[in-house]
Design a protein around this ligand. Structure first.
Ligand SMILES: Cc1ncc(COP(=O)(O)O)c(C=O)c1O
Length: 377
C-alpha cells in the first residue's frame, strides 16, 4: 500500500550543513545566526524588526505583555484556531472573547467584532486560518475607532497578502510559528515582527528574563555585569534553530509555488464532488497554502478520517473549536451552540497532506482515495 505522510519537511543538505557549521562554533545560543535570521525575515516580511523566539505561543504571549495588556483586560479572537492563540491570552492574565467565523473562509468574522467590544477590550488577535488572511482593512478600521491593538496570529500565513495588504502590515505585532509542520520550520520556533522600535526592544528583553545584556554581549566584549530590569521569560531563539531557518527562508517563495500548484490540483479534483465543500480562496488574495481542508458531512467525518488512514494517507483535524475543549468549557462555561459556524467547520473538517515534496500524481491519488472512501458504508 502506498503511504503518504500528512507532512514532510523540506530541509535540504545546505540547511543541514549550516546547522553543522553552527555546531562547530563555540556559540550555540542567541547570537549572530539569530541576528541574521531576524534581519532576513524582517526584509521578507517588510517590517523593521523581528525578534526570534522559541514558538508562536511565546510570540503571542510576549506581544500581549509587551503591549501592556494583562489582568482584567479582554482580547477578541476566534475559536477556530489552535488553542495556543487563546492560551497565550490566558497566560498573560487577560480573557479571550471569542466571536464566530465566516462560513466561506473559516476566518474570524470582522463584522462581529464591534458587538464584542466592552470597556475592558484592549486588543484583537486575528488568526489567518489555513494561510488566508482575515479582512485586515476592516479589522484595522475598527481597531482605530476603538483604540485597540492588533496582534496578528500568522502561524499559517508567512507568505500571505490580501487586497494589496501584506501580513503584518496593519497590526502592532505579527506572530509566526516555525513548528515542525509549518511552511518553514526549525522543529520548534517562532518570531514577532513589528515596526515599533520600543516594542521590539521590550520583546528582546522579555524573551530573556528581562535582563539587559544577552550572552553574546557578555562573551564577546569585556565582561560587564548584567542587571534584571523586569520579570521576563526564557523564550529566546538560539543559533542552531536560526541556522535551520535561514536557507528555508531563501526558498520560501519556491516552496509556496509548489504548494499553491498542489492546492489547485486538489481544487480541480475535489471542487465539484457532491456532498463536500472546499473553503473559498478570496479574490485579490495570496493564500499562504499552509493547510488544505475539505468539509465533509459531519456525521461521517471520523469514518472518512479513519478510512483515509487505513489507505495509508495521513490526515489531521484543524481544528475542533477552542471553546468546546474541556478546559475552556469547564473554566468559562461554553456550550455547544455558542459559535455555530466554528462548530460546524470543526465537526466536518479534514486536512489532507500538503507539502512541496508531494507531486501532482500524489494529489490525484489522494483525491481518488478520498472520493472512494467518501461514500463507503
Ligand atoms: C494558528 C496557530 N497559532 C499558534 C500556534 C502555535 O505555534 P507554536 O507551536 O509555534 O507555539 C499554532 C501552531 O500550530 C497555530 O496553528
Amino acid at each position: 500500500m502506498k503511504k503518504i505522510e500528512f507532512f514532510q519537511h523540506s530541509i535540504n543538505e545546505d540547511d543541514i550543513n549550516r546547522v553543522s557549521s553552527v555546531l562547530r562554533t563555540i556559540f550555540l545560543t542567541t547570537g549572530e545566526e539569530v541576528a541574521k535570521f531576524e534581519q532576513n525575515f524582517s526584509r521578507y516580511i517588510s517590517k523593521k524588526y523581528t525578534v526570534g523566539l522559541t514558538s508562536c505561543t511565546a510570540a503571542l504571549h510576549l506581544s500581549i505583555i509587551a503591549l501592556g495588556i494583562g489582568a482584567g483586560d479582554e482580547i477578541i479572537t476566534t475559536p477556530m484556531s489552535f488553542c495556543a492563540t487563546s492560551n497565550a491570552i490566558l497566560h498573560a492574565g487577560a480573557k479571550p472573547i471569542f466571536i464566530d467565523v465566516e462560513e466561506e473562509t473559516g476566518n474570524l468574522n470582522a463584522e462581529l467584532i464591534e458587538s464584542a467590544i466592552t470597556k475592558r477590550t484592549k486588543a484583537i488577535i486575528p488568526v489567518h486560518i489555513y494561510g488566508q488572511m482575515c479582512d485586515m482593512k476592516r479589522i484595522s478600521q475598527i481597531a482605530k475607532k476603538y483604540d485597540l491593538k492588533i496582534i496578528e496570529d500568522a502561524a499559517h500565513a508567512i507568505e500571505a497578502s490580501r487586497d494589496s495588504i501584506k501580513v503584518g502590515q496593519l497590526s502592532n505585532a505579527v506572530c509566526f510559528s516555525f513548528y515542525a509542520t509549518k511552511n518553514i520550520t526549525s522543529g520548534e520556533g517562532g518570531a514577532v515582527s513589528t515596526d515599533d522600535e520600543t516594542l521590539a526592544d521590550a520583546l528582546r528583553m522579555l524573551r530573556l528574563h528581562g535582563i539587559d545584556k544577552i550572552a553574546i554581549e557578555r562573551y564577546t566584549k569585556r565582561y560587564k555585569h548584567w542587571d534584571m530590569l523586569l520579570l521576563g521569560w526564557k523564550y529566546n531563539m538560539d543559533n542552531i534553530h536560526a541556522a535551520l531557518l535561514i536557507g528555508q527562508l531563501k526558498r520560501i517563495e519556491e516552496l509556496w509555488q509548489k504548494r499553491n500548484k498542489l492546492c489547485k490540483i486538489y481544487e480541480e479534483e475535489l471542487g465539484t464532488v457532491k456532498g463536500i465543500r472546499l473553503l473559498k480562496t478570496l479574490p485579490n488574495t495570496k493564500h499562504a497554502r499552509h493547510i488544505f481542508t475539505v468539509l465533509v458531512p459531519s456525521e461521517r467525518r471520523d469514518l472518512i478520517l479513519w478510512s483515509l488512514q487505513d489507505h495509508g494517507i495521513g490526515v489531521a483535524v484543524n481544528y475542533r473549536p477552542i471553546h468546546l475543549l474541556k478546559y475552556y468549557k469547564e473554566k468559562f462555561g461554553y456550550r455547544e451552540g455558542d459559535y455555530p459556524i466554528a462548530e460546524k467547520i470543526g465537526k466536518s473538517t479534514i486536512s489532507l497532506p500538503l507539502y512541496p515534496l508531494l507531486n501532482e500524481k500524489d494529489i490525484i491519488y489522494i483525491a481518488k482515495i478520498f472520493k472512494k472512501v467518501l461514500n463507503k458504508k
